[in-house]
Design a protein around this ligand. Structure first.
Ligand SMILES: [Zn+2]
Length: 218
Protein backbone atom coordinates (compact mmCIF):
# COMPACT_ATOMS: atom_id res chain seq x y z
CA UNK A 1 0.00 0.00 0.00
CA UNK A 2 1.29 3.44 -0.86
CA UNK A 3 1.65 5.84 2.05
CA UNK A 4 2.52 9.25 0.59
CA UNK A 5 1.38 11.47 -2.25
CA UNK A 6 2.17 15.02 -3.29
CA UNK A 7 -0.37 17.79 -3.39
CA UNK A 8 0.09 21.14 -5.15
CA UNK A 9 -0.46 24.41 -3.33
CA UNK A 10 -0.14 28.09 -4.09
CA UNK A 11 1.19 29.96 -1.09
CA UNK A 12 -1.27 32.74 -0.12
CA UNK A 13 1.61 34.78 1.33
CA UNK A 14 4.35 34.73 -1.35
CA UNK A 15 2.39 33.21 -4.28
CA UNK A 16 4.95 30.52 -4.99
CA UNK A 17 3.71 27.18 -6.21
CA UNK A 18 4.95 24.06 -4.47
CA UNK A 19 4.13 20.47 -3.62
CA UNK A 20 3.75 19.12 -0.10
CA UNK A 21 3.80 15.54 1.16
CA UNK A 22 0.39 14.19 2.18
CA UNK A 23 -0.57 10.76 3.56
CA UNK A 24 -3.22 8.65 1.83
CA UNK A 25 -6.18 8.49 4.22
CA UNK A 26 -6.24 4.68 4.08
CA UNK A 27 -2.61 4.64 5.29
CA UNK A 28 -3.62 6.40 8.55
CA UNK A 29 -4.48 3.84 11.21
CA UNK A 30 -5.49 4.95 14.71
CA UNK A 31 -4.89 2.00 17.05
CA UNK A 32 -6.09 3.69 20.25
CA UNK A 33 -6.38 7.04 22.02
CA UNK A 34 -4.73 8.21 25.21
CA UNK A 35 -6.53 10.06 28.04
CA UNK A 36 -6.10 13.42 26.29
CA UNK A 37 -7.43 11.86 23.06
CA UNK A 38 -3.98 11.73 21.49
CA UNK A 39 -4.18 9.18 18.69
CA UNK A 40 -1.77 6.26 18.78
CA UNK A 41 -0.99 5.45 15.16
CA UNK A 42 -0.05 2.13 13.71
CA UNK A 43 2.52 2.60 10.97
CA UNK A 44 3.17 6.14 9.79
CA UNK A 45 2.81 8.83 12.48
CA UNK A 46 0.27 11.21 10.97
CA UNK A 47 1.28 13.90 13.51
CA UNK A 48 4.41 14.39 11.41
CA UNK A 49 2.39 15.46 8.36
CA UNK A 50 -0.58 17.53 9.57
CA UNK A 51 0.99 20.86 8.71
CA UNK A 52 1.77 22.37 5.33
CA UNK A 53 4.74 24.74 4.99
CA UNK A 54 5.66 26.89 2.01
CA UNK A 55 9.32 26.03 1.33
CA UNK A 56 10.01 29.59 0.15
CA UNK A 57 8.58 31.83 2.90
CA UNK A 58 7.86 29.15 5.54
CA UNK A 59 4.21 30.16 5.96
CA UNK A 60 2.84 27.17 7.90
CA UNK A 61 -0.64 26.10 8.92
CA UNK A 62 -2.83 23.04 9.27
CA UNK A 63 -3.77 21.65 5.87
CA UNK A 64 -7.49 22.49 6.24
CA UNK A 65 -6.99 26.23 6.56
CA UNK A 66 -3.86 26.81 4.47
CA UNK A 67 -5.68 29.16 2.11
CA UNK A 68 -7.87 30.91 4.71
CA UNK A 69 -5.89 34.07 5.03
CA UNK A 70 -7.02 37.68 4.69
CA UNK A 71 -4.67 40.07 2.91
CA UNK A 72 -3.76 41.84 6.15
CA UNK A 73 -2.99 38.48 7.79
CA UNK A 74 -0.81 37.57 4.80
CA UNK A 75 1.09 40.84 5.32
CA UNK A 76 1.59 40.00 9.00
CA UNK A 77 2.98 36.59 8.03
CA UNK A 78 5.19 38.04 5.28
CA UNK A 79 6.79 40.35 7.87
CA UNK A 80 7.80 37.29 9.93
CA UNK A 81 9.90 35.93 7.06
CA UNK A 82 13.00 37.94 7.96
CA UNK A 83 13.31 36.09 11.28
CA UNK A 84 12.59 32.69 9.75
CA UNK A 85 14.85 32.64 6.73
CA UNK A 86 17.78 31.11 8.63
CA UNK A 87 15.77 28.00 9.43
CA UNK A 88 16.71 24.89 7.53
CA UNK A 89 14.03 22.28 7.37
CA UNK A 90 13.39 19.00 5.56
CA UNK A 91 9.78 18.91 4.37
CA UNK A 92 10.03 15.59 2.53
CA UNK A 93 8.65 12.22 3.66
CA UNK A 94 12.09 11.64 5.26
CA UNK A 95 11.66 14.51 7.72
CA UNK A 96 12.68 13.96 11.34
CA UNK A 97 10.86 14.77 14.58
CA UNK A 98 13.02 17.90 14.79
CA UNK A 99 11.74 19.08 11.38
CA UNK A 100 8.11 18.47 12.35
CA UNK A 101 8.73 20.21 15.70
CA UNK A 102 10.05 23.29 13.86
CA UNK A 103 6.88 23.29 11.75
CA UNK A 104 4.63 23.17 14.84
CA UNK A 105 6.56 26.02 16.49
CA UNK A 106 6.36 28.15 13.34
CA UNK A 107 2.64 27.37 12.94
CA UNK A 108 1.95 28.31 16.57
CA UNK A 109 3.80 31.63 16.20
CA UNK A 110 1.94 32.44 12.97
CA UNK A 111 -1.50 31.56 14.34
CA UNK A 112 -0.78 33.65 17.46
CA UNK A 113 0.30 36.60 15.24
CA UNK A 114 -3.07 36.28 13.45
CA UNK A 115 -4.84 36.08 16.86
CA UNK A 116 -6.01 32.54 16.07
CA UNK A 117 -5.25 31.41 19.61
CA UNK A 118 -7.19 28.15 19.48
CA UNK A 119 -5.19 27.01 16.44
CA UNK A 120 -1.95 28.15 18.13
CA UNK A 121 -2.89 26.09 21.21
CA UNK A 122 -3.62 23.06 19.02
CA UNK A 123 -0.20 23.47 17.39
CA UNK A 124 1.50 23.29 20.79
CA UNK A 125 -0.72 20.38 21.88
CA UNK A 126 0.31 18.38 18.83
CA UNK A 127 3.93 19.38 19.36
CA UNK A 128 3.61 17.93 22.90
CA UNK A 129 2.18 14.71 21.42
CA UNK A 130 5.06 14.51 18.98
CA UNK A 131 7.52 14.78 21.90
CA UNK A 132 5.56 12.16 23.86
CA UNK A 133 5.95 9.74 20.94
CA UNK A 134 9.66 10.61 20.79
CA UNK A 135 10.11 9.94 24.53
CA UNK A 136 11.08 13.54 25.42
CA UNK A 137 9.06 14.34 28.58
CA UNK A 138 10.71 17.69 29.37
CA UNK A 139 10.01 19.02 25.88
CA UNK A 140 6.49 17.60 26.06
CA UNK A 141 5.83 19.44 29.32
CA UNK A 142 7.07 22.75 27.91
CA UNK A 143 4.79 22.39 24.89
CA UNK A 144 1.80 21.48 27.12
CA UNK A 145 2.50 24.58 29.22
CA UNK A 146 2.31 26.76 26.10
CA UNK A 147 -0.81 24.93 24.92
CA UNK A 148 -2.45 25.59 28.30
CA UNK A 149 -1.67 29.34 28.18
CA UNK A 150 -3.08 29.59 24.66
CA UNK A 151 -6.22 27.53 25.34
CA UNK A 152 -6.89 29.91 28.23
CA UNK A 153 -6.30 32.98 26.07
CA UNK A 154 -8.46 31.48 23.36
CA UNK A 155 -11.28 30.58 25.76
CA UNK A 156 -11.33 34.02 27.39
CA UNK A 157 -10.62 36.28 24.39
CA UNK A 158 -11.55 34.54 21.15
CA UNK A 159 -14.99 34.22 19.59
CA UNK A 160 -15.13 30.40 19.54
CA UNK A 161 -17.74 27.96 18.26
CA UNK A 162 -19.40 25.80 20.92
CA UNK A 163 -17.33 22.77 19.86
CA UNK A 164 -14.10 24.71 20.30
CA UNK A 165 -15.18 26.14 23.68
CA UNK A 166 -15.81 22.56 24.86
CA UNK A 167 -12.46 21.38 23.50
CA UNK A 168 -10.63 24.33 25.14
CA UNK A 169 -12.26 23.56 28.53
CA UNK A 170 -11.45 19.87 28.16
CA UNK A 171 -7.78 20.59 27.45
CA UNK A 172 -7.50 23.12 30.29
CA UNK A 173 -8.83 20.45 32.68
CA UNK A 174 -6.80 17.64 31.14
CA UNK A 175 -3.46 19.51 31.06
CA UNK A 176 -3.90 20.61 34.71
CA UNK A 177 -4.64 16.97 35.57
CA UNK A 178 -1.43 15.86 33.85
CA UNK A 179 0.48 18.52 35.79
CA UNK A 180 -0.99 17.19 39.06
CA UNK A 181 -3.04 20.36 39.69
CA UNK A 182 -6.12 18.55 40.87
CA UNK A 183 -8.14 21.55 42.04
CA UNK A 184 -7.60 23.49 38.79
CA UNK A 185 -8.42 20.42 36.76
CA UNK A 186 -11.74 19.87 38.56
CA UNK A 187 -12.56 23.54 38.15
CA UNK A 188 -12.24 23.46 34.35
CA UNK A 189 -14.08 20.17 33.94
CA UNK A 190 -16.87 21.48 36.20
CA UNK A 191 -17.15 24.62 34.09
CA UNK A 192 -17.48 22.43 30.99
CA UNK A 193 -20.33 20.39 32.59
CA UNK A 194 -22.07 23.51 33.89
CA UNK A 195 -22.02 25.38 30.58
CA UNK A 196 -22.47 22.45 28.21
CA UNK A 197 -24.38 19.89 30.27
CA UNK A 198 -26.15 18.46 27.23
CA UNK A 199 -23.06 18.05 25.06
CA UNK A 200 -22.32 14.56 23.81
CA UNK A 201 -19.09 15.54 22.04
CA UNK A 202 -16.06 13.30 22.38
CA UNK A 203 -14.46 15.97 24.60
CA UNK A 204 -17.43 16.17 26.97
CA UNK A 205 -17.55 12.37 27.28
CA UNK A 206 -13.82 12.10 27.92
CA UNK A 207 -14.05 15.00 30.41
CA UNK A 208 -16.61 13.03 32.48
CA UNK A 209 -14.23 10.09 32.68
CA UNK A 210 -11.23 12.26 33.53
CA UNK A 211 -13.23 14.27 36.09
CA UNK A 212 -14.27 11.05 37.84
CA UNK A 213 -10.68 9.93 38.03
CA UNK A 214 -9.29 13.24 39.27
CA UNK A 215 -12.05 13.83 41.82
CA UNK A 216 -11.72 10.34 43.32
CA UNK A 217 -7.95 10.74 43.90
CA UNK A 218 -6.99 11.16 47.52
ZN1 LIG B 1 5.20 31.27 0.70
Amino acid sequence: MRTFWHKSYVCPVCNSQFEAVRIFSEAIKVKSRESDLKPVYEGVNALMFQLVSCPKCLYTSFEEDFENLTSSQAETIARMHEKLKQIEIDLSENKTVRDAAVQYNVAAAMYAAREKFFRAAESFLKLAWLYRDAGAPDEEKKALERAKELFLKSYTEEDLSEDRQIAALFYLGEIEKRFGNRRESVRWFSELFRRFSKSDSIYARQARQEWQEVSSEK
